[in-house]
Design a protein around this ligand. Structure first.
Ligand code: PLP
Length: 469
């Protein structure tokens, strides 16, 4: 299996090569030349597998340059009950009204980013050790990616981590989770701006090819293909746990921001997994909901990006969206390049000519949720079922309810645990959620963070001074 760029300007490369890169050299994103297909017999043979074994099966289709026995070791190290607090790694629980909750947040940082990041930590160390080289990870986070990356990479040999976060825009728990890490290879940079501005700095650094090669800059943002591949696994797992027969269809509802999570669902579906609907849920930052409703992609400016009570979805520009558009326009790199040129020029592009295919061919439907709906959903799910969900998952539940169909299980992806967003839970239920016992005094631990202006040169200078060489 080789990888090419969504903008058509990259010679085919192996998994291990694109693993360590951010954007492709032509500014596009790496995608498989063609997707592996999983037939019904193969799928049926996966029913008895553990999560780690299933991950090995799925990922061996993408990482064809890593020997299978090595991959089995890496997935076992990533997905076990020492790292995850559920024995099944990703538990499936019933909710009321035909909904089920696919628990993606049992990892060390209590959010679904751990699912991909734990594998990434293993495979990065594996590839770097074999190549005898080092890597400096530079990323931007609106909360959950950064902490998941830091927990997956802390203490790893030869890896430095520089994580930009929007100063003052994360919850107290999220801040404590990241900034309390004292490992010397972990660097938290709180920049005075919104997530998208932080991400622009990361993109600018990654686009500076001399800097990038001198300091061996890599990425763990949601554009990293290995993350997308690792996330494909839990769509297979969810389907296997929710069905008993070949061909039975399942729908997934996905709280969305950067379009990484749901893109993995799109990949799983394109590999032949019987997915009926991919239900995309946004919060008030509804760029993606608007696209699926109108066919027009119109990212917002930082000033038009609202700080909401589902903050990990406060994204105005969805970096992974380009990979879906690539498929939508018939995997035509020239066309993608032209669309993104139009976007840079006019601030939007219009694919309404393709609108009929969104649901029919690709299964995509969408909806959005407001603060009142989010809080109301947390409350009524708790009242009806006794299950406490987090604000992001609540956006998923709210939108999923509009798309339930008889006989089709609707699996809502639980993208974080409520303890992470205690302020909003308190608003919904009138009392805070105690954090898990082992994290009870997280917020009182000393914090290690450097606050700086949202300025490319300052960030660059910091990395130059602290990079692994
Ligand atoms: C990252 C995140 C999302 C959004 O996922 P994308 O892959 O960016 O679409 C939703 N909920 C939570 C809790 C997250 O951390």
């Amino acid at each position: 299996m080789k990888y090419v760029s969504t903008r058509g300007g990259m010679a085919p490369q192996a998994f291990s090569d694109i693993l360590l890169e951010g954007l492709a050299p032509d500014g596009g994103l790496a995608v498989p030349e063609s997707l592996p297909q999983i037939d019904a017999a193969t799928l049926a043979s996966w029913r008895g597998l553990s999560y780690a074994e299933l991950a090995c099966e799925v990922l061996s289709r993408f990482a064809t340059d890593i020997p299978r026995e090595d991959l089995a070791r890496l997935t076992e190290a990533a997905y076990n009950d020492q790292v995850f607090s559920s024995e099944d790694i990703v538990p499936l629980r019933p909710l009321a009204g035909g909904l089920q909750l696919l628990g993606l947040s049992e990892g060390p940082t209590l959010a679904f980013k751990d699912m991909a990041m734990q594998f990434l930590g293993q495979v990065f160390e594996y590839v770097l050790t074999r190549r005898g080289t080092t890597l400096n990870i530079v990323g931007a986070t609106s909360g959950d990616t950064g902490s998941a990356a830091e927990y997956a990479l802390r203490g790893k040999q030869g890896i430095g981590v520089f994580m930009l976060s929007p100063h003052g825009r994360m919850s107290a728990f999220q801040r404590a989770q990241m900034y309390s890490l004292q490992d010397e290879n972990i660097h938290n940079l709180a920049v005075k701006g919104v997530f998208d501005q932080a991400q622009d700095i990361v993109k600018a650094l990654a686009g500076d090819l001399a800097f990038k090669s001198r300091y061996r800059i890599g990425a763990v943002n949601s554009i990293n293909w290995a993350r997308i591949a690792a996330q494909v696994v839990y769509y297979f797992h969810g389907w296997l746990r929710a069905t008993t027969q070949a061909g039975q269809e399942v729908s997934f509802a996905v709280p969305s921001g950067n379009f990484g999570n749901i893109l993995s669902g799109h990949i799983a579906r394109s590999m032949g997994l019987p997915i009926r609907r991919l239900v995309l849920a946004t919060n008030e930052n509804n760029v993606l909901e608007e696209f699926f409703r109108t066919g027009v992609y119109r990212p917002r400016s930082p000033a038009q990006t609202y700080a909401t009570s589902s903050p990990s979805m406060d994204i105005s520009r969805a970096s992974n969206f380009e990979r879906f558009v690539y498929d939508l326009v018939g995997r035509d790199g020239e066309r993608v390049r032209a669309l993104w040129a139009e976007l840079a020029d006019k601030g939007s592009f219009d694919l309404s000519a393709h609108q009929a295919s969104f649901a029919e061919q690709y299964g995509f439907v969408a909806g959005q949720s407001s603060h009142e709906e989010r809080v109301g959903t947390i409350r009524n799910v708790f009242d009806e079922t006794g299950v406490l969900i987090d604000p992001h998952t609540a956006d998923g539940v709210k939108v999923a309810r509009d798309y339930i169909e008889p006989g089709v299980p609707m699996l809502v992806l639980e993208t974080a645990l409520p303890a992470k967003f205690s302020e909003t839970i308190e608003e919904a239920l009138g009392r805070p959620v105690p954090p898990p016992a082992e994290l009870a005094d997280l917020e009182s631990l000393p914090q290690r963070v450097t606050v700086m202006d949202c300025d490319l040169q300052q960030v660059r200078a910091f990395i130059e001074a602290h990079a692994k060489v």
